[in-house]
Design a protein around this ligand. Structure first.
Ligand code: HMG
Ligand code: MG
Length: 298
């Protein structure tokens, strides 16, 4: 398989990134971060979550963030939704795209959403049908596709089963999450290919956390296997509060550096993402965690 010459990056920094920070960032700063990401050319930006604020207080006020972002042609602002209550809130705030999130591990599903894998899928079924009936696009996540913080190895058959179930509910794309960043390239590629036997490759995305420094290598292996959509977070922010030991996502600027070097178009400006990463880094009181930021200090 030859590498696609055009890759879509799904920026998850304002959601996956900020949900895991000790500091709760105010809506105006979240909007400034998103504006900087838009200026960098990112066209899919996950801007927050309509989950319980008792569970993830950092994502409260996602309605305020969404209201400050007028619709733009060719741009989507997905938001995470765990249940019908979240869908109602997302709809009231004017969301045009949501993401539901399942898992391939029972223990992680319980800790993250307080239900089993099967119960989670049953919660998503009415969410997906109501969203689709209202003209809202639905993306699906599967967590723990290469390992679970509580169970270790995760059966590939479960990853395929959950991905296929979400695709059958009408998710236009399934993002395969290495939640705790334990994957290595050959395993990542085998997992992607296994899922692609049930859900066509053009409907798959990969979502790598970089705990063990494997994210870019895993992405390259998946690009070689034909994936065309990659999730990333500016500044390498990210992690899941319910995945012990998880670290940030692959940094968008490091990903863009690699794609630029390979001659693969993403439509994203390296300097622009770096500026966005520095803006949010200043708000969080720390330097961006990316290699690019360290290499281009000053
Ligand atoms: P629960 O406690 O079982 O829910 O939580 P419940 O239905 O029993 O309701 C309990 C309370 O939560 C009630 O409030 C509800 O109103 C409220 P109370 O009466 O106690 O005041 N509630 C809500 N509030 C606002 N919005 C809602 C909502 N739903 C209920 N939508 C629930 C179940 C799913 C809600 C909870 O577990 C939750 O919010 N979990 C979210 C966890 C989360 O956001 N995790 C991080 C995102 S996933 C991730 O990072 C992985 C990913 O990046 C991919 C990867 O890396 O693998 C996507
Ligand atoms: Mg994640």
């Amino acid at each position: 398989m030859t590498i696609s010459q055009q890759i879509r990056i799904v920026e998850v920094g304002p959601r996956d990134g900020l949900q895991n920070e000790a500091l709760t960032v105010p809506p105006a700063t979240r909007v400034a971060f998103i504006d900087a990401l838009l200026a960098a050319g990112l066209a899919t930006i996950e801007i927050g979550s309509f989950v319980s604020p008792k569970w993830v207080p950092q994502m409260a006020d996602t309605d305020i963030v969404l209201a400050a972002l007028p619709p733009r042609p060719g741009v989507s602002f997905p938001v995470l939704v765990p249940n019908m209550q979240g869908l109602a809130a997302a709809q009231a705030a004017g969301a045009q795209e949501i993401a539901v999130f399942g898992a391939a591990s029972e223990s992680f599903s319980r800790r993250n959403t307080n239900c089993s894998i099967a119960e989670g899928l049953e919660r998503f079924r009415p969410v997906c049908s109501a969203a689709l009936a209202a003209g809202i696009r639905v993306r699906g996540y599967v967590s723990c596709v290469l390992g679970c913080p509580y169970e270790g190895e995760v059966p590939m058959a479960k990853v395929v089963e959950v991905s296929a179930a979400l695709a059958a509910m009408g998710c236009y794309e399934i993002s395969l999450g290495d939640t705790i960043g334990v994957g290595t390239p050959l395993k990542a590629r085998a997992m992607l290919e296994a899922v692609a036997s049930a859900v066509p490759m053009p409907r798959l995305a990969v979502h790598f956390h970089d705990t063990y420094g494997q994210a870019l290598a895993n992405i390259l292996a998946c690009l070689e296997a034909g994936v065309g959509v990659i999730d990333a977070a500016a500044g390498g922010l990210g992690g899941c509060p319910y995945a012990k030991g998880a670290s940030g996502n692959v940094a968008t600027e490091d990903l863009v550096y690699m794609l630029d070097g390979m001659g693969v178009a993403s439509g994203v400006s390296l300097a622009g993402v770096l500026a966005a990463a520095r803006l949010i880094g200043t708000a969080l009181g720390k330097a961006p965690g990316s290699r690019l930021s360290r290499a281009r200090q000053g």
